[in-house]
Design a protein around this ligand. Structure first.
Ligand code: ZN
Length: 202
């Protein structure tokens, strides 16, 4: 399986990192080795002193598809979830300055937290509320209403480049409020009031 991630999909997050608003979704990949095994703590990697959490809504692809039109995209997923796209912000900054790819900053071991999945039928995907709590304090409070590109548009867009396969996961971008993690932090993700994951940082 592969993990396809979207960057810069919420205007306020683009502003907080002083990025340019893109004309098209920003896309990058994480390998399956990036997945943080269930119940494992997240270990801050030695090559970064500024790892950020980014809470994101996840889509799990349910069948093979390519060149999917937006109006048919809803047929390619039944489940949504919540996760974290851990980002070594200092490494990413160096990559950006040099115009280099982001993988070292975004695709390292443990950088993909994948929480529980839920049947999409139980939610209003156009108005889905989700939060990240750090040590019981809310640090990110997002809603899919604020996405620049909606879920079905993202599926359509990425499937022009990558054949989607059953089990692939799309990270749909983070809202504002990203920040640094420190040892012993506890990160709890919630979607419509349901606890989707809880991670300890080491
Ligand atoms: Zn992200």
């Amino acid at each position: 399986m592969k993990i396809i991630c979207i960057g810069r999909n919420y205007a306020k997050h683009i502003e907080e990192l002083a990025n340019e608003r893109p004309d098209n979704p920003v896309v990058f990949l994480k390998p399956d080795s990036a997945i943080l095994p269930n119940k494992n703590p997240f270990f801050i990697p030695p090559f970064s002193s500024d790892v950020h959490y980014e809470v994101e809504v996840l889509i799990k692809i349910n069948k093979v598809g390519k060149h999917i039109a937006s109006r048919f995209a809803h047929k390619y997923y039944d489940e949504i979830g919540l996760g974290i796209d851990f980002t070594a912000r200092d490494v990413q900054q160096q990559c950006k300055e040099k115009g280099l790819p982001w993988e070292k900053a975004k695709a390292f071991d443990g950088s993909a937290v994948i929480g529980n999945f839920y049947n999409k039928k139980d939610f209003n995907l156009e108005n889905l509320s989700f939060q990240l709590f750090k040590n019981n304090e809310i640090v990110q409070d997002g809603n899919t209403q604020s996405m620049l590109w909606k879920i079905d548009e993202l599926i359509s867009y990425v499937s022009q480049y990558f054949t989607l396969k059953k089990g692939d996961i799309i990270f749909t971008g983070t809202p504002a409020g990203v920040g640094k993690v420190s040892e012993n932090d506890v990160l709890l993700g919630q979607i419509e009031g349901l606890k989707a994951f809880e991670i300890r940082v080491k």
